[in-house]
Ligand binder design. Structure first.
Ligand code: IPM
Ligand code: MG
Length: 366
């Protein structure tokens, strides 16, 4: 198969982690007879530096012309980087939001899974971890607060800022369907997360999700308020299968879920629309504090590439091979710094490696 992959390296650790994911894809290509043709696309701070804007029309066109886009991360230190002195619509994050909207990537899948080998990196108590957990966060990605009208102006002599949270029933229905479809392939449970005790948008969310649920009688649906969900994630993460939620709640809860799995460096993601196209990126940020040091964990990006093989190219066997190699490398005791065990004694039982070495070790297991 010939696969045309747009590549957004982005900022911070982005270039380092993307390089490892490409290494892994090329290894898969060689072994299973596929060719990955990469096309670099500029987005984020590096695009601002080169073109003055975080995402050009040419970059959007290049992404649209690809079968899939593999992305690292964008953005910098929000207090020190000059990018954050620019108008909000010219900052790195605006590029990512624009790309998601331009490609209609409304469904964001973020799997959070606790590897047996990483129990020691998990900050939760052993009795809470139990037999581990395996959840899929289905985050709505093109609506809600991140895309509503916003402004800051003076009202009656006081600076006043407004952000608007809007959802219509169609937006809710299509993401809910995706959530239930995924649940059908998993443990058949959907936890729909909202703030229906306060927000109108959440009350509509709940109503539409209940309507969609009628088409999936085998799936158990429960509703949970977002504040309670934040608590339940650290109290009893094993109760979750699919968490279905709106944009901002999903943004926050997915970071929390990733930390519960040990490190945000392990959490992959896929952003999908109604076609086979997808944008695949680690859920974590650009980590400017460790950029260029060769210590970032490339696993989330490598697992995102596996999601690309699965969802865009229907290469399930190849995706399995990548995921298996990741599991094996952890079994064999290799860790990047972020997933090192916390206890001194246990640290002696594993070997700390850098970004490039981790990529090589995974390739060697494919
Ligand atoms: C994420 C990130 C983005 C988001 C930022 C960079 C705009 O936090 O993908 O979770 O909030 O969606
Ligand atoms: Mg986020």
């Amino acid at each position: 198969m010939e696969c045309h992959v747009g590549v957004i390296k982005g900022d911070g650790i982005g270039p380092e982690i993307v390089a490892e994911a490409k290494k892994v894809l090329d290894k898969i290509g060689g072994k299973y007879g596929h060719t990955f043709r990469y096309e670099e696309i500029l987005m984020g701070g590096c695009s601002i530096d080169a073109t003055g804007v975080p995402l050009t029309d040419e970059a959007i066109a290049a992404a649209k012309a690809s079968d899939a886009v593999l992305m690292g991360s964008i953005g910098g230190n929000t207090t020190t980087s000059p990018w954050y002195k620019l108008a909000p619509e010219l900052r790195p994050e605006a590029g990512l939001l624009k790309l998601r909207k331009s490609l209609n990537l409304f469904a964001n899948l973020r799997p959070a899974y606790l590897y047996e080998e990483l129990k020691e990196a998990c900050p939760l108590r052993e009795d809470i971890i139990g037999d581990g957990f395996d959840m899929m966060i289905m985050r709505e990605l093109t609506g809600g607060l991140y895309f509503g009208a916003r402004e800051t102006k003076e009202v009656d002599g006081a600076m006043t800022a407004v952000d608007t949270l809007t959802y219509n029933e169609h937006e809710i229905r299509r993401i809910a369907r995706r959530g239930f479809d995924i649940a059908m392939k998993r443990k058949k449970k959907v936890t729909s997360v909202d703030k229906a005790n306060v927000l109108d948008s959440s009350r509509l969310w709940r109503k539409i999700v209940e309507e969609v649920a009628k088409d999936y009688p085998q799936v158990v649906l429960e509703h949970m308020l977002v504040d309670n969900c934040a608590m339940q994630l650290v109290k009893n993460p094993a109760q979750f299968d699919v968490i279905l939620t709106e944009n901002m709640f999903g943004d926050i809860l997915s970071d929390e879920a990733s930390m519960v799995t040990g490190s945000i460096g392990m959490l992959s993601s896929a952003s999908l629309n109604d076609t086979k196209f997808g944008l695949y990126e680690p859920s974590g940020g650009s980590a400017p504090d460790i950029a260029g040091q060769g210590i970032a964990n490339p696993i989330a990006t490598i697992l995102s590439a596996a999601m690309m093989l699965r969802y865009t190219f229907d290469l399930d066997k190849e995706a399995d091979a990548v995921e298996q190699a990741v599991r094996q490398v952890l079994k064999d005791g290799y860790r990047t710094i972020d997933i090192m065990p916390q206890e001194e004694e246990k640290r002696l039982t594993v070997k700390q490696v850098g970004t490039g070495e981790m990529g090589d070790l995974i390739c060697a297991r494919i």
